[in-house]
Design a protein around this ligand. Structure first.
Ligand SMILES: [Zn+2]
Length: 289
């Protein structure tokens, strides 16, 4: 294993920032040293394979992006990034690990979905990667697969409350998967939107000829997100499963997560940059016309 000393930089970590030298052994941070420290020898520089001068620069841990979709086919199109292009871009931005989503659609085998995503990523990723498993069809086979996937390092399972016939789980299926997660130590991730309501609003918008991008937001109102978020939290509460609500976009849904956390429930939420920058009134210049 080769060793690298990153010296003269300002190290940023979870507890703050300060001047420190970093000794890296292979892929592991072996030591954080006070500048000028002789704890590992009077001339550490002479004993390492590479010295990087980070004077005037920040030295930060690699970022972990826990929600990516490389090469995801969806809605008749496909995510534009491959594991190679997406992870190359990630590395330039300082992200050194992604957790992508292996996909099981309704009617498919979970194990086949994971194998497909392993094949897409193998030998193509420039950084570390792991997988969450999307379970689009909760049945006795996929529930059993949740146990065996944990053995392979997949410990989080994403369910959908929308996309009927493709991904949607009804409340009974959600409870079954959550019961499994509560007993096998895994975590449930939830796409929390009321799919039946959204499907209806979409049909009505199309029938009325309201098909511009602006209507995408109107057919996915905050009430459908808050309701589903609350329902997912209650079902998780019932079963004791940890819950991670993905791509939260409405402040009302955030409030539900905050209430649950204040009560001591094991619930987390994430958002996405676009939800922080684009409002319904100002979404990439799209108009209601
Ligand atoms: Zn996603």
């Amino acid at each position: 294993m080769s060793t690298t000393l990153i010296k003269n930089g300002t190290v940023i970590n979870s507890t703050g920032s300060g001047a420190a030298d970093v000794l890296v052994d292979g892929e592991t941070v072996a030591a954080l040293l006070q500048p000028g420290s002789t704890a590992l020898g009077v001339d550490l520089e002479a004993t390492v394979d590479e010295v990087v001068d980070a004077a005037g620069k920040y030295v930060i841990p690699g970022g972990i992006d826990p929600h990516t979709h490389m090469e995801l086919p969806f809605g008749g199109t496909q995510a534009s990034d491959t594991f190679e292009t997406g992870t190359r871009a990630a590395a330039w931005g300082g992200t050194t690990t992604i957790i992508d989503f292996a996909v099981q659609r309704y009617g498919e085998r979970v194990e086949d979905g994971l194998a497909t995503w392993h094949a897409k990523a193998a030998g193509n990723a420039c950084i570390d990667y792991g997988f969450h498993q999307i379970v689009g069809g909760v049945d006795e086979f996929s529930l059993k697969a949740m146990d065996s996937l944990i053995e392979e390092g997949v410990t989080s399972f994403k369910l959908f409350m929308a996309y009927k016939g493709v991904f949607l789980s009804d409340d009974g299926q959600i409870v079954k998967a959550m019961q499994r997660a509560a007993t096998n130590g895994s975590m449930i991730m939830m796409h929390a939107e009321n799919g039946s309501v959204i499907d209806l609003l979409v049909q009505q918008a199309i029938a009325a000829g309201n098909t511009t991008p602006y209507n995408h937001g109107l057919t996915r109102p905050w009430q459908a997100e808050e309701e589903a978020t609350h329902r997912a939290i209650m079902l998780a509460n019932l079963t004791g499963a940890p819950l991670y609500v993905v791509h939260v976009s409405a402040k009302q849904a955030v409030e539900q997560i905050a209430i649950a956390r204040d009560r001591g429930q094991n619930v987390f939420g994430e958002t996405c940059p676009q939800y922080l920058y684009l409002s319904l009134e100002d979404q990439l210049g799209a108009t209601s016309e």
